[in-house]
Design a protein around this ligand. Structure first.
Ligand code: PRP
Length: 181
């Protein structure tokens, strides 16, 4: 089993590249069935989701789609003006669009909860969420429950495949879990 050390912490491989690819293909198959007669807009939340998103859209079969990217502040909530704090703002009109939000991980669900409210207000006709990882035990917002999940995970620290440790190790080709020692 492969291991990685980062900033004094030890991690061991949890999902191999092959396991990840199988999970992504399964999610892609489900989305392909659900969206073959639609033209979805994939809204990818930077930074973490860029790796999953790149694989996911290539796992789709016969889905005519667009993809766009946003980045939101980790410290946001709704600001005093009721607007989301975008670091990279949404550049596509979502009015009347079937939107699929793409995440690397859904944790408390706050990001999804607030982004969904924003997209609804902007007129999206449907909104679903695809995520590589989902922590059901941590979910605090019911409407943030993801529709398409690569893998469920308990409350453990994971890195790789887009997931970072202080900005680093997103480029690992597998997903690693922290070791408890
Ligand atoms: C992570 C992750 C999700 C969010 C999930 O982003 O990519 O966007 O946190 O947490 P939540 O469900 O509790 O809202 P992060 O702010 O670490 O930014 P990154 O994607 O750039 O790593």
């Amino acid at each position: 089993m492969r291991t990685v050390e980062e900033q004094g912490y030890h991690f061991e491989e949890w999902l191999t590249p092959e396991q990840i690819a199988a999970d992504v293909q399964e999610v892609g198959n489900r989305i392909s069935v659900d969206y073959h007669d639609k033209e979805p807009l994939f809204v990818v939340i930077l930074n973490g989701a860029f790796v999953f998103a790149a694989d996911l859209i290539r796992a789709l079969k016969d889905v005519r789609c667009e993809i766009t990217f946003i980045r939101v502040s980790s410290y946001w909530g709704m600001s005093s003006t009721g607007q989301l704090e975008f670091i990279v703002p949404l550049q596509q009109v979502v009015d009347n669009r079937d939107v699929v939000i793409v995440e690397d991980i859904v944790d408390s669900g706050l990001t999804i909860h607030q982004l969904k409210a924003y997209l609804r207000a902007e007129g999206a006709s449907s909104i679903r969420v695809a995520t590589m990882l989902y922590k059901p035990n941590k979910l605090e917002y019911n409407d943030a429950k993801p529709d398409y999940v690569g893998r469920e995970i308990s409350d453990e620290f994971v890195i790789g495949y887009g997931l970072d440790f202080d900005g680093f190790v997103r480029n690992l080709d597998a997903i690693y879990k922290v070791k408890n020692n």
